[in-house]
Design a protein around this ligand. Structure first.
Ligand SMILES: *[C@@H]1O[C@H](CO)[C@@H](O)[C@H](O)[C@H]1NC(C)=O
Ligand SMILES: *[C@@H]1O[C@H](CO)[C@@H](O)[C@H](O)[C@H]1NC(C)=O
Ligand SMILES: *[C@@H]1O[C@H](CO)[C@@H](O)[C@H](O)[C@H]1NC(C)=O
Ligand SMILES: *[C@@H]1O[C@H](CO)[C@@H](O)[C@H](O)[C@H]1NC(C)=O
Ligand SMILES: *[C@@H]1O[C@H](CO)[C@@H](O)[C@H](O)[C@H]1NC(C)=O
Length: 298
């Protein structure tokens, strides 16, 4: 048997192998990105929605959707003037997710025995991505189009399900918020979407199987009129106690928590309040600046 030519020194070999199809890691779309419990508030405002969030390991994104009469398309934007024909729920979120998840779940002889699909994060493939759909137009009229838009993900088996008794996790978990018709959603015996729970008002009619996450205004929870009324030194003892109580109650019901109306400025106040939010164990940091939030959590 002829011997192969000897290998060059490894330092010379490495650059020549970089990017080679033989050595390139197969599922490297989100390689080296660690999952962080950050909620990308108004995600569609970023230059590149969804992808920017994923590049920071953000586990939760939010799209505001609008429906108009005699139109099956759902448009994405903060208010009417920001809407355009190209920016739709399908083009900004559903289609890219189908592409990313198709790449993360190749069908071949190596994967044929795999029971559960991989999620979008390569470093934690069982982590779900929360997709908040904030319904801006009438809930009952808009929701059927949301269900329609979710079909490509549903058909592939990539949505977290409620099977009648329990949650069966999948790569993407859809959480309706805003005008989402909560009564209608809770009336379904099985479904592939959930509702954002009222963090301030959790009761027996808001089980985790309907509301896996609950959200609330921090200012409202601690009884002040706005985040600007929170002291520069952060929450005082009684405010922290109220926050702790609310988060603890949600957790005892199996519900994760997200707070909005959180101060961003000045820095001293922001850092103090964020630390307090994390200290009581709240799950998602609501963020407009993903880089900042991601650094805070590292
Ligand atoms: C939506 O429909 C449900 C029943 O399907 C009804 O109970 C509810 O009042 C309706 N909501 C609105 C805002 O029309
Ligand atoms: C629902 O899912 C749970 C958890 O995976 C499982 O134990 C239960 O049997 C499932 N129920 C149905 C009706 O499939
Ligand atoms: C909680 O419920 C009370 C009484 O039903 C209501 O006054 C209050 O606005 C609710 N708070 C939130 C945040 O929904
Ligand atoms: C915390 O601040 C609130 C609102 O300003 C106030 O009502 C409360 O008495 C303060 N509690 C303590 C322990 O300082
Ligand atoms: C929250 O409350 C629990 C007990 O109810 C306590 O053990 C814990 O230290 C509190 N956390 C904070 C940050 O105050």
């Amino acid at each position: 048997m002829a011997s192969a030519s000897p290998l060059p020194p490894i330092k010379e070999l490495l650059p020549s192998l970089k990017g080679s199809p033989v050595t390139r890691y197969q599922s490297d779309f989100t390689r080296d990105i660690f999952v962080k419990q950050i909620h990308s508030h108004n995600d569609y405002w970023r230059d590149v929605p969804l992808y920017t969030a994923l590049s920071y390991g953000v586990q939760s994104v939010e799209a505001d959707v609008w429906h108009f009469e005699d139109d099956e398309v759902l448009y994405v934007g903060h208010h009417e003037a920001a809407l355009g024909p190209q920016r739709t729920l399908a083009s900004l979120y559903i289609d890219p997710l189908v592409q990313i998840l198709s790449q993360a779940n190749p069908e071949n002889k190596f994967t044929s025995e795999q029971k559960k699909p991989n999620g979008v994060f390569d470093t934690w493939s069982s982590a779900t991505l929360y997709l908040f759909i904030d319904v801006k137009t009438k809930g009952n009229e808009t929701w059927p189009y949301v269900e329609n838009a979710l079909q490509p993900l549903l058909e592939k088996g990539w949505l977290t399900q409620f099977n009648g008794t329990d949650i069966v996790p999948g790569p993407v978990t859809v959480i309706g918020t805003g005008n989402t018709p909560a009564e209608y959603v809770s009336s379904l015996s099985t479904r592939s979407f959930f509702v954002d729970g009222p963090l301030a008002n959790l009761t027996d009619s808001t089980p985790y199987t309907l509301n896996p996450i609950a959200s609330g205004s921090l200012a409202q929870l601690i009884g002040v009129d706005g985040a600007d009324q929170i002291d520069i030194k952060g929450l005082n003892e009684s405010q922290l106690g109220l926050l702790n109580e609310t988060v603890t109650k949600a957790h005892s019901m199996g519900i994760m928590t997200r707070l909005w109306d959180v101060p961003w400025w000045p820095v001293e106040k922001r850092n103090q309040v964020w630390s307090q939010i994390l200290a009581v164990g709240s799950d998602f940091l609501n963020a407009d600046d993903l880089e900042l939030a991601s650094e805070f959590l590292s």
